[in-house]
Ligand binder design. Structure first.
Ligand code: DP6
Length: 336
């Protein structure tokens, strides 16, 4: 039997309620602070990895087309890590499918690297538990460490004096969450990102005078967020999440040169969220490295809120609920 192996895995994007913005180690992708997210039940990424003995190089396709050079380079670097760990030098054929509507600007390196980590670890016979898988996914993209888990996930920053910081930085599922939340994603028209989140993060840390203050706040936000989730206090969850996101964007906008991910359309949606709240609504906004605004709300109010936001702004909306963990497709032939 030829020793090929194919594994297929699906993972979902996650949205951080306490953000990851800043690394203490670029190579190991170690964060400066912990973060906490909700995995979504929309826009999954499905990735297949076929290990091909004798193939001279890796191939990477995305939605049926050859991946861009930048994406392919990142995937190959990730596969190099897997080859080094597994002791198997085979190249692989990687095929990734996203379900994000074209132009929605919600494509996620988190779901992508979580799915790739699970499929590649399986195809190369790495025997990992979920913590090990989370640490591996982290090397591809920090936020991917959290997409290994369904529901709410907490990604630990290593203590500054941790003897093995790589081993200390993993995500885990947050048990005991008592909020019943949904996120309404407002889909704005998007141009390609002005700058990758990786580069933006680096520039922010190096040049924003606000970054140290935001980092201090984030370290305090994390235990407060956990407590609010455990207490079932969605208003506190929403307030912490919105403040944390706006603070992160303030650090970017005060970088040199400044980084503007939020557009006039984003601010229009933010205004609307504030107006709804002023009128007694339960809704709080969060934004990442792009213009789209995601609005946190009680699950039983999400459909109505989505309709209100669409009517008021004219933008398409989609409701997301807490989603599942990364999972392998059972039909995969691992060739072991
Ligand atoms: C704004 O995980 O994409 O979405 O580790 O450099 O790949 P790299 O960055 P990435 O950054 C995500 C940043 C964020 C906030 C978050 O998800 O916590």
């Amino acid at each position: 039997m030829t020793d090929t192996a194919t594994a297929v895995a699906t993972a979902h994007p996650n949205i951080a309620l306490v953000k990851y913005w800043g690394k203490r180690d670029e190579d190991l992708v170690l964060p400066l602070a912990g973060s906490l997210s909700m995995t979504l039940d929309i826009f999954p990424t499905t990735t297949s990895v076929t290990r091909c003995p004798g193939m001279p190089a890796d191939t990477v396709t995305m939605d049926g087309h050859p991946a861009t050079e930048a994406v392919a380079r990142r995937v190959v670097r990730f596969l190099d890590l897997i080859r080094q760990r597994s002791g198997c030098g085979d190249h692989a054929a990687v095929d990734t499918r996203n379900t994000v509507p074209v132009g929605a600007g919600l494509a996620s390196s988190a779901s992508g690297f979580a799915a790739l980590a699970l499929a590649a670890a399986t195809a190369y016979h790495l025997d990992l538990d979920t913590r090990g898988l989370s640490r591996l996914a982290r090397r591809g993209s920090g936020s991917a460490a959290r997409s290994v888990f369904g529901g709410f996930a907490l990604w630990h920053a290593p203590d500054p004096d941790a003897p093995d910081p790589d081993a200390a930085s993993y995500a885990e599922a947050l048990a005991g969450v008592r909020v019943d939340a949904a996120l309404v994603a407002v889909l704005l028209d998007t141009d390609p990102k002005p700058i990758s989140s990786r580069d933006a993060m680096r520039r922010t840390i190096a040049t924003s005078p606000l970054f140290p203050a935001w980092l201090c706040d984030t370290r305090l936000d994390l235990p407060r967020m956990r407590a609010a989730l455990h207490a079932g206090d969605l208003a506190a969850v929403g307030e912490i999440a919105e403040d944390n996101a706006l603070g992160m964007h303030a650090t970017m906008e005060t970088a040199d040169p400044p980084i503007h991910y939020l557009t006039g359309q984003s601010y229009q949606v933010l205004e609307r969220v504030r107006a709804l709240r002023a009128a007694g609504g339960n809704c709080w906004a969060t934004m990442d490295a792009g213009p789209n605004v995601k609005v946190l709300c009680p699950a039983d109010q999400a459909a109505h809120l989505a309709q209100q936001l669409t009517t008021a702004t004219g933008y398409r909306t989609i409701v997301a609920r807490p989603g599942p963990p990364a999972a392998l497709h059972p039909q995969a032939e691992t060739g072991r």
